[in-house]
Design a protein around this ligand. Structure first.
Ligand code: PMP
Ligand code: GLU
Length: 397
């Protein structure tokens, strides 16, 4: 019998995308579902970025691009890193890819050998673990619950490091928790990492601009680890461009070279049109980024207020991204109409089928007592969704 490779058989399906698809299927059946599952801005891509893409088509940007992206785009990214983050990178250190998802995966595949350990502060985005599995690495989770605002401590980090540790993937602002490490908190972790010069630090900063507490602090600013930090970023979240598929990494030259080689055999450079659009995003006015950030902040306040009024949900105040990650174990073991809820996956399904609100169970993020709601949707949708969540959860006895 034909069978898929063990590599694929062992890979979990992306639960964020699966829940979103399920919600779209119900919608197609005419059911009015509010989708708080997938994390993507609900805004349209700003007009000046769309214009740049149209112009790129008319100007015949229709040929293969360099594997790591057009030089003009990589220069624009270097300018962004200089002006916004105070960081010096050369264009040769930038690798543009089909979304930040590919950038993270490129980084992992470039440095992880079979059996190497990769530390993942958890709760963590669903795809990190699977990427490490693809590279035949071993995931080492370091847990931080709501009582520590989902942030690991230097002592926890140090305890997880072994001679096999090859990399750490740190996401701040975090998906799924919205937590942000302050400069002092990062410094605490950096002081530990400085003692272990073989560890590569993958810093996923894709939510950089969706930050409600001030400027984002990049892990690459610390001189004592700077030469082994890989910054991951892209246009999906800051510029509402999830479908354009354009992400990038800024990396030590040897890692950028490795990704160039990998990508050259695997996908080639990303879409020429998306690259020209991204260039316009980085070189044009940043007003649109600020406007969207302000809308997300208003929604954050709304969602925290509404979720806090629901019995049994333990809620913190996220500092960034567009996710709320309440603890929900109060509902485990309860049932309604003969349907029992044993875990957060069951709870997410119950909310979807009974309340018509799509969310994602925490287990996919390594935190089974939690549930994720993306609030990247209108105030109106948020209000109605949390009305339904409250009403639906109240049925569980
Ligand atoms: N990292 C994190 C933490 C994310 O939430 C996402 C969301 N998709 C990505 C990376 C990938 O983004 P992109 O759409 O650019 O692939
Ligand atoms: N990152 C978003 C999320 O977590 C988009 C879906 C995905 O790529 O996982 O929902």
């Amino acid at each position: 019998m034909n069978t898929v490779s063990n590599r694929i058989a062992n890979l979990a399906e992306s639960e964020t995308l699966a829940m979103s698809q399920k919600s779209n299927e119900l919608k197609a059946q005419g059911i009015d579902v509010i989708n708080l599952s997938v994390g993507e801005p609900d805004f349209f891509t700003p007009p000046h970025i769309k214009e740049a893409a149209k112009k790129a088509i008319d100007d015949n940007f229709s040929f293969y691009t360099p594997v790591t992206g057009y030089l003009s785009l990589r220069k624009a990214i270097c300018e962004k890193l200089k002006n916004e983050n105070g960081l010096d990178f050369k264009p040769s250190q930038i690798v543009c890819s089909n979304g930040a998802k590919q950038s993270v995966c490129n980084a992992v595949l470039s440095v992880v050998n079979p059996g190497d350990e990769v530390i993942i502060p958890t709760p963590a985005w669903v795809s990190y673990t699977e990427m490490v599995k693809l590279a035949e690495g071993k995931v080492v989770t370091v847990l931080a619950g709501i009582e520590q605002n989902f942030k690991i401590t230097p002592a926890q980090l140090e305890a997880a490091i072994t001679p096999q540790t090859k990399a750490i993937i740190l996401c701040s602002p975090s998906n799924p928790t919205g937590s942000i490490y302050s400069k002092d908190e990062l410094e605490g972790l950096v002081n530990v990492l400085a003692k272990y010069p073989k560890i590569i630090i993958i810093a996923d900063e894709i939510y950089e601009h969706i930050n409600y507490v001030g400027k984002n602090e990049s892990l690459a600013q610390f001189e004592n680890i700077r030469d082994r930090v890989v910054i991951i970023n892209g246009v999906s979240k800051a510029y509402a461009m999830t479908g354009w598929r354009l992400g990038w990494m800024a990396a030590p030259q040897w890692i950028a070279d490795a990704c160039n080689k990998l990508q050259g055999q695997y996908t080639s450079g990303p879409s020429s049109i998306a690259q020209k659009a991204a260039e316009a995003a980085y070189t044009g006015s940043q007003e649109c980024v600020k406007e969207m950030q302000q809308a997300f902040q208003r929604r954050r306040d709304l969602v925290v207020k509404l979720a806090s009024e629901i019995e049994g949900l333990k809620v913190n105040v996220p500092d960034g991204a567009f996710y709320l990650f309440p603890e929900c174990s109060y509902y485990f073991g309860k049932s309604y109409n003969g349907r029992a809820v044993h875990n957060s996956g069951d709870l997410a399904m119950f909310l979807l089928e009974e309340g018509h609100v799509a969310s994602v169970g925490g287990a996919a993020f390594g935190a089974p007592d939690y549930i994720r709601f993306s609030y990247a949707t209108s105030d109106e949708n948020i209000i109605e969704a949390f009305r339904r969540v409250k009403e639906t959860l109240a049925k569980l006895k």
